[in-house]
Design a protein. Structure first.
Length: 160
């Protein structure tokens, strides 16, 4: 599975993938106020701002998954329902870990919605360990939204 940099022409497609995936997996677990703020446009704006840190897997123009890095954080990882279980998420997370290690990150982290058991199992299978429950400041159009999440961490091997 080849992972590549996202193209600006793919933002609308990726925003739909993220919007649909987020509402399927996160909306049932999170406060209704946050769910109302998670509009298609909000995902489009966040992807536009993070384009240089976004990697995708899948055909040009129609990727089936993406990851976004932010500092030492694997900030986002989403895969379309059709591609789940196909190795796309594993390829994206391996790519993200390699990129973080190349930047000198020794311990990477990610936030997982409390109760998102499928994602938690995947992270653990990928070598990430639950470090605890923390309050994360979720980005919204109205400013930071304090949200209790599971924090996962992984020690990364230095590139040789």
């Amino acid at each position: 599975m080849q992972v590549r940099s996202a193209d600006a022409a793919e933002i609308d497609h990726l925003a739909r993938l993220w919007h649909e995936g987020w509402h399927e997996t996160h909306a049932p677990l999170l406060p209704p106020h946050l769910t109302r703020l998670r509009t298609l446009e909000s995902f489009r704006e966040r992807l536009q701002a993070a384009l240089s840190d976004t990697r995708v897997a899948g055909p040009p123009g129609a990727p089936v998954g993406f990851s976004v890095l932010k500092g030492e954080e694997l900030y986002q990882l989403f895969v379309s329902p059709e591609a789940r279980g196909s190795g796309v998420a594993a390829a994206l997370i391996a790519d993200a870990e390699a990129r973080l290690a190349e930047c000198g990150v020794e311990t990477a982290w990610l936030a997982c919605a409390i109760g998102n058991e499928r994602a938690a199992r995947f992270y653990e299978k990928s070598g990430w360990r639950l470090a605890g429950t923390v309050v994360n400041q979720a980005e919204t159009s109205t400013g930071p939204f304090p949200l209790e999440v599971w924090r996962y961490e992984k020690r990364l091997a230095r590139p040789t």
